[in-house]
Design a protein around this ligand. Structure first.
Ligand code: Q46
Ligand code: ZN
Ligand code: ZN
Length: 319
């Protein structure tokens, strides 16, 4: 088999695209997929200031690398979640990536800034860790993007992630979640725009991109992700993909093209209109539908010293 572009030695075959590429043309293929997603969904413009939500994993680091290679003005933000060695290693990979390329990485520590960690918040709230983790990440990314003058927050959700989330939402017909299942969410109610430029690329391609670009990343999954439903859905979709290459792409983009509009009204029914006016949280000033926002309520509940043991918990809700 030969590279589709230059006919030289192949490093990866992409059955879903009926293609194979050498290293150089595979990297170019990945960047082109990002450009196509950005253009099709009008995610951002060439002069927009971008904040990349960096986890230290392959997806967010590959995304940051591609955006910089494509000429975008992109800074990173990594949040210290306090999940033991996993968080320390994740942050260190992000630092190394940024330092080697001379990029700006903002760092934010839940423990240093607010006196709690994801494990201690889970204990204090008696809810799964991903609940307070997702809430904290959304709040901090929104706050840093707003105060830093960023036009858009981008996350490393890839096709496998989005197809798995869609599968879970469809299997329970969760209309309000299906209404928000878009690769771009416009700025609204004082919250910045959010986009997922990797939706045309899968996990396998992202791992290959990092290896071929000499990007080192944290390989381990978050210890608190074990047993979550989305990992099971990914397994099911991988089986489908083996039997029918391109099945994930057809499932996800078929939904966006032919079904997403059918659920648009569900968002207004459950969470109010995008035009609703929120008022500033009386503690932190973030837009909120209550006097005190959910994050500040979490801080007041979780910022107490507790002995915490890190254990695997189900139901990852955010990346
Ligand atoms: S980091 Fe946080 Fe994920 Fe770990 S605790 Fe859950 S949401 S699984 S992307
Ligand atoms: Zn080639
Ligand atoms: Zn608040």
């Amino acid at each position: 088999m030969k590279c589709r572009v230059c006919k030289c030695h192949v490093v990866i075959e992409l059955r879903q695209h009926n293609s194979a590429f050498c290293a150089e043309h595979f990297l170019a293929f990945c960047r082109r997929q990002v450009e196509r997603a950005v253009d099709k969904f009008d995610m951002f413009r060439p002069d927009d200031k971008i904040l990349v939500a960096v986890s230290g994993g392959k997806d967010s680091l590959a995304l940051w690398d591609m955006l910089v290679e494509l000429g975008y003005d992109a800074d990173g933000l990594v949040i210290g979640l306090g999940i033991g060695e996993y968080s320390e290693a994740s942050t260190e990979f992000a630092r190394t990536f940024a330092r080697d390329r001379g990029l700006t990485l903002h760092e934010y520590s839940l423990d240093a800034e607010h006196g709690f960690t994801v494990p201690s918040a889970a204990q204090a709230t008696k809810r799964v860790p991903c609940s307070s983790c997702g809430l904290s990440k959304r709040h901090i990314f929104d706050s840093v993007a707003t105060s830093g003058g960023y036009d858009v927050i981008v996350t490393g959700h890839n096709l496998d992630d989005e197809a798995a989330v869609l599968f879970g939402n469809v299997s329970r017909w969760q209309r309000e979640y299906l209404a928000r299942q878009s690769p771009v969410l416009p700025a609204a109610n004082g919250f910045p725009r959010k986009a997922k430029p990797l939706v045309r690329l899968g996990e396998r391609e992202m791992a290959a991109y990092c290896v071929l670009s000499n990007i080192e990343y944290v390989v381990e999954e978050c210890p608190m992700a074990a047993g979550n439903k989305h990992l099971e859905y990914k397994g099911l979709l991988n089986d489908m993909e083996v039997a029918s290459p391109g099945a994930k792409h057809a499932f996800y983009f078929g939904f966006l093209d032919r079904a997403a509009d059918l659920f648009a009204s569900a968002q207004d029914e459950t969470s109010g209109s995008a035009e609703d006016v929120l008022s500033p949280c009386s503690v932190c000033g973030s837009p909120s539908s209550n006097d005190i926002c959910s994050f500040c309520k979490l801080v007041s509940l979780a910022a107490v010293p507790v002995e915490v043991e890190i254990t695997a918990r189900p139901d990852m809700i955010d990346k």
